[in-house]
Design a protein around this ligand. Sequence first.
Ligand code: DGJ
Length: 329
Amino acid sequence: MKKFALRPAALVLFASMVLAAISAAQGIHPGAVWLDNRGQQIQAHGGGILHWHGKYYWFGEDRTRTNDPDKRYVACYSSKDLARWKFCGQVLALSDPERLGPHWVLERPKVFHNPHTGKFVLYFHLDDARYKFARVGVAVSSRIDGHYSYVRSFRPLGQESRDIGQFIDDDGSAYLIFESRPTGGFFIARLSEDYLDVDKQVSFIHAPLEGGALVHYKGLYYVLGSHMTGWAPNPGVYATAPSLSGPWTEFKNVAPPEARTYQAQSTMLLKVVGSKQTTVIFMGDIWKPRTLWDSRYLWMPVEIGDGSFLLPRPQPWSLNMKSGVATIH
Ligand code: DGJ
């Protein structure tokens, strides 16, 4: 009889794929190592999600250790249940597009789909090592998980722009959230018709916050942000308004302040509308600045409604995609 010997590398790969399948079956585990379908740690830091043709696409900073150190990468993953993610590829592998020099920065990539042009438009924070360039970069693709080509960089509304967030309202209109340090606040701006620019300031919120995220839930807009402490966690805060243009309430903590957002920083609020319930998911990054590739994710369903927003203590949970009901394990 023929004998099969598994090589150690194949064995490790097989074991990590089994582990990925087991942990995915059990749902979402905030803070744990999150493996993709290949058994590799998901690289989608500072990311965003686009719901497209029944699937969720997660884009984020790919900080893989073996990446070319002169390039910056955006990875894409797809999923139907938000727990098991299939690697679709590195959709952007960019060489320093504006001659920003060593340690140039590409952070917080977010992808929009433009229904007028049919194109997918990738926005990201583009900067030099000292964060002085302060612009957004834009890249375009004709396929959601295809190769994105760099188009240009600019300062939205002529303002310095660092952390960015994305928001798509229930009517499909698309907005960029960006932090602008000289003004001591952040802007919500509507994208132009071709999505390659912003054409209108919708709101300026006078609060020096980054990690901006927005959700529209039961007639109220909730905006979320973190204080500016570099990679270190701090207490995340939120405000609400009846319209995107305000007026915005004072900011309140999303969790007990001493928990410092359970070590995470907001990157997006994802709304899943089911047959029984609408669940809003806080998506955050647990940064590990010395080993960014090993940064983790904190995703939790939030307690939201009537102007209040609470990020619960992280625990394993799962989401029934049909009913929209989240179950904490
Ligand atoms: C906080 C930002 O939110 C991150 O995206 C990153 O830019 C770090 N600052 C860098 O210190």
